[in-house]
Design a protein around this ligand. Structure first.
Ligand SMILES: Cc1ncc(COP(=O)(O)O)c(C=O)c1O
Length: 398
């Protein structure tokens, strides 16, 4: 057996199956999944709409580049027509969020013939060279310079700094809610001013909805709350119920100037991915994911607020929006993540201080109450271990 390259420390559990909001390890222990594959399983594991489409597609054709027309392509385009902002009616499919961000940047670069991009402090857009160039975290960037873009990182949510976007900028790229960077929503005003400044200088506005999109924050696309019209939107993670698929959606102005051969992808738009997108949109609309996400978020947010208020010595604040919520801690979140896992709750970090929860929309009131209780217990155990020098045992698994 060869070895997996471990860019990250393993979590120490061997997952054998998953369903809805739960995963089970090979010992039969059940976990409530607030990690959801870095947020890709917003629709819950094995979502029935997505699974039905995938099963049906597997009996038809599983390899076909979108050079060929197909039923799978027509269905996916028609489904997306029901949810994409109407002015972004042209899509290209990729396999990951990074690739989608990469294509968005390529399109902006070639059309403006400008080499500079603007991104924001705390941003995360992926790991490929172009996407990494607009990703803020120094630890991810180190050793990879020079990047294909000259990038200026402006302070996130600072309206006055938007003046620094000049006529040499090809594109500004922004997350409506920063995920990886620390669960910080962009203000409506910031998004609107950013759009205005991009228009003034002739730069494209790219909105990255890879994490915030597809109903997670209570809207199908989070940027719609600010009433802005990006030139390009990228989406990924949950759009195919977790199947590896992403997309770039652009205006007619951009699509009409695409040149033959300027971009392509072997697996992008694979029929299984397209079927997964069709199933994903069916789930989103039939089950009203945005309003269920909103209701679950309100409950979880209220619970976390109480936990934060009762544990002010360990928690700075509640962060995030919709079903991307978390606690800004006064200690290293990796300790909390490990302890919560031992109690049966899977989570992840955001930035350097935030314990991040990316639950699927199918979580019940009971799940939320239990997760809040586990978070409170975990914090108490951490406090006890700090004063007594040993951690309290984890009990009460789901
Ligand atoms: C906002 C945002 N953009 C892009 C990406 C990159 O997506 P992927 O990991 O699928 O390449 C992520 C992943 O976390 C993300 O959160």
């Amino acid at each position: 057996m060869v070895r997996l390259i471990r860019f990250f420390a393993p979590r120490g559990i061997r997952v054998s199956r998953a369903q809805g909001q739960y995963v089970w390890d090979s010992e039969g222990r059940r976990y409530l999944d607030f990690h959801t594959g870095n947020g890709a399983a917003l629709l819950g594991h094995l979502n029935p709409y997505v699974m039905r489409r995938l099963r049906e597609q597997m009996e038809k054709v599983t390899v076909l580049p979108p050079l060929y027309d197909s039923e799978a392509l027509e269905e996916a385009l028609s489904a997306l027509g029901r949810i994409l902002p109407p002015h972004l009616g042209n899509v290209f499919f990729q396999n990951s969020g990074s690739e989608a961000a990469e294509l968005a940047l390529k399109l902006a670069r070639k059309r403006t013939r400008r080499r500079k991009a603007v991104a924001f402090t705390g941003s995360f857009h992926g790991r490929t060279f172009g996407a990494l160039s607009v990703t803020f975290n120094r630890a991810y960037r180190e050793g990879y310079e020079p990047f294909p873009f000259e990038v200026e990182f402006l302070p996130f949510n600072s309206i006055e700094d938007l003046r620094r976007i000049g006529e040499d900028v090809a594109a500004a790229i922004v997350e409506p809610v920063q995920g990886e960077g620390g669960l910080t929503p962009a203000t409506d005003e910031f998004l609107r001013e950013l759009e205005g400044r991009c228009r003034e200088v002739g730069a494209y506005l790219i909105v990255d909805e890879v994490q915030s999109g597809f109903g997670r924050t209570g809207l199908v696309w989070d940027h719609l709350r600010a009433n802005v019209r990006p030139d390009i939107m990228v989406a990924g993670k949950s759009i195919g119920g977790g199947f590896p698929v992403s997309l770039v959606a652009v205006t007619d102005e951009i699509a009409s100037r695409v040149e033959e051969g300027e971009h392509g992808s072997t697996h992008g738009g694979n029929p299984l991915a397209l079927a997964a997108v069709t199933g994903g949109v069916e789930a989103l609309l039939s089950d009203d994911v945005p309003s269920k996400a909103r209701a679950a978020s309100e409950l979880l947010f209220a619970g976390l607020k109480e936990v934060a208020a009762e544990n002010g010595d360990l928690v700075r604040s509640v962060k995030g929006k919709g079903l991307m919520l978390g606690l800004e801690l006064r200690f290293n979140p990796s300790q909390a993540i490990k302890d919560l896992q031992s109690r049966g709750l899977l989570s992840l970090r955001a930035g350097t201080t935030v314990l991040r929860f990316l639950p699927p929309y199918v979580i019940t009131h009971g799940d939320i109450e239990w997760a809040v209780a586990m978070t409170a217990e975990s914090l108490s155990a951490f406090r006890a271990s700090r004063t007594q020098g040993h951690p309290a045992p984890a009990q009460n698994r789901p």
